[in-house]
Design a protein around this ligand. Structure first.
Ligand code: ADP
Ligand code: MG
Length: 351
């Protein structure tokens, strides 16, 4: 579950006119044959059967994840269909990445409003095709229904990981270091920019932040390396917010997590906002980063540094895992003086 558009809607973006005009009558069968069959992998049997037939690579285990999106809740009603498609793929790829899995295929369920123009679905399918090529996997089936409600999309991704190598949330150990890939807070600020905030920042900064929000970059290669080299003891992708997702690792592992506020990596545009407005908290509790937060034994530092350089991906040590200080696992943000910073809440709460 992701937070962003929900907050956009609640703050007055509901007046967007729906982009769906013109009623084109196409049977479900024609729609699948025209838009989705050309995208299907061999396991999909041409999308002409009742089900897909999937053969895992010997020696691997299958990893499943699903994410759904509703128009007006998880994306703006006037968002470009190609972007909607890519976001749907990428939020799922991000979960596979955090588990160290290689994408193998996906199932797609779509609930289409009665008056949705097929042009929208064609553009949506084009976006799917482009990201299928980007991430090396294909659709193998799905379901298509029509609805009087808003557009709803659900994608179930299937990944593969070598037996016993999936990185869980529950594997952290006291004494581990905590790391995060990329930079944090861009997407949260990008959403605010999309809503018309941060007027004072430069146009290139606005463009950068907004694009980080609209089209995340899941860290697939790095996640797979964390698994194949058995580097990470635990990992999660950052969708609810850095503190919340680091906290998920702590809860699953029965340990406390400390995040050092000043070590959280910020992009230059995000830093300019944080410095000007004293908004570091917003970056740390904001969501939709789709980076990987992970734990590893301190003696893995050198390997992590080398891998980060090889992949050209920033990886930053941001804290540590310690034994529980209280009676239940906690995540703490540590300030310059070494004391915990009090925060109202840690990130997006599921409602
Ligand atoms: P059933 O009636 O058995 O549910 P459908 O007629 O819904 O089957 O689907 C026919 C084929 O098209 C199946 O292979 C199904 O997986 C595929 N399919 C249906 N909708 C989609 C979709 N949105 N994306 C990809 N494949 C789809
Ligand atoms: Mg059937």
């Amino acid at each position: 579950m992701r937070r962003s558009i929900k907050s956009a809607i609640s703050s007055g973006l509901t007046n967007f006119r729906a982009p769906f005009r013109g009623i084109v009558l196409v049977s479900e069968f024609d729609l699948i044959a025209q838009c989705f069959a050309p995208l299907a992998g061999p396991e999909g049997l041409g999308l002409k059967d009742d089900a897909a037939l999937f053969r895992p690579t010997p020696g691997t285990e299958l990893v499943y994840t699903v994410d759904a999106m509703a128009s007006g809740v998880h994306f703006l009603p006037d968002e470009a269909p190609e972007i909607v498609a890519k976001r749907l793929i990428r939020v799922n790829i991000s979960d596979l990445a955090a588990k160290g899995a290689k994408p193998r295929g996906y199932l797609l369920t779509i609930a289409l409003p009665h008056d949705l123009d097929i042009v929208w679905v064609q553009a949506f399918a084009k976006g799917l095709g482009e990201d299928q090529a980007e991430y090396g996997f294909k659709v193998i089936g799905g379901d298509t229904i029509s609805t009087p409600g808003p557009l709803v999309l659900s994608l179930t991704a299937i990944g593969e990981v070598r037996q016993g190598r999936m990185i869980r949330r529950a594997g952290a150990r006291a004494g581990d270091d905590l790391y995060v890939t990329g930079t944090i807070g861009d997407a949260a600020f990008g959403l605010e920019v999309a809503k018309g905030a941060h007027d004072a920042i430069s146009e290139p900064d606005k463009t950068y932040l907004e694009s980080r929000f609209r089209l995340p970059t899941p860290r697939l290669d790095f996640g797979q390396m964390l698994a194949t080299e058995a580097i990470a003891t635990a990992a999660a992708d950052v969708s609810d917010g850095l503190l919340a997702d680091a906290g998920h690792i702590g809860v699953a592992s029965g340990l406390d997590i400390e995040v050092v506020a000043n070590s959280v990596p910020l992009s230059d545009p995000a830093r300019r906002i944080v410095i000007g407005r004293n908004m570091l908290d917003d970056a740390i509790i904001g969501g939709d980063d789709y980076e990987i937060v992970f734990t590893a034994s301190p003696d893995r530092w050198q390997v992590i540094k080398t891998a980060s350089a090889k992949q050209g991906l920033q990886v930053t040590r941001i804290g540590r895992v310690i034994e529980m200080l209280g009676d239940k696992p906690a995540v703490r943000l540590i300030g310059e003086d070494g004391a915990a910073i009090r925060l109202e809440h840690l990130g997006y709460r599921h409602r």
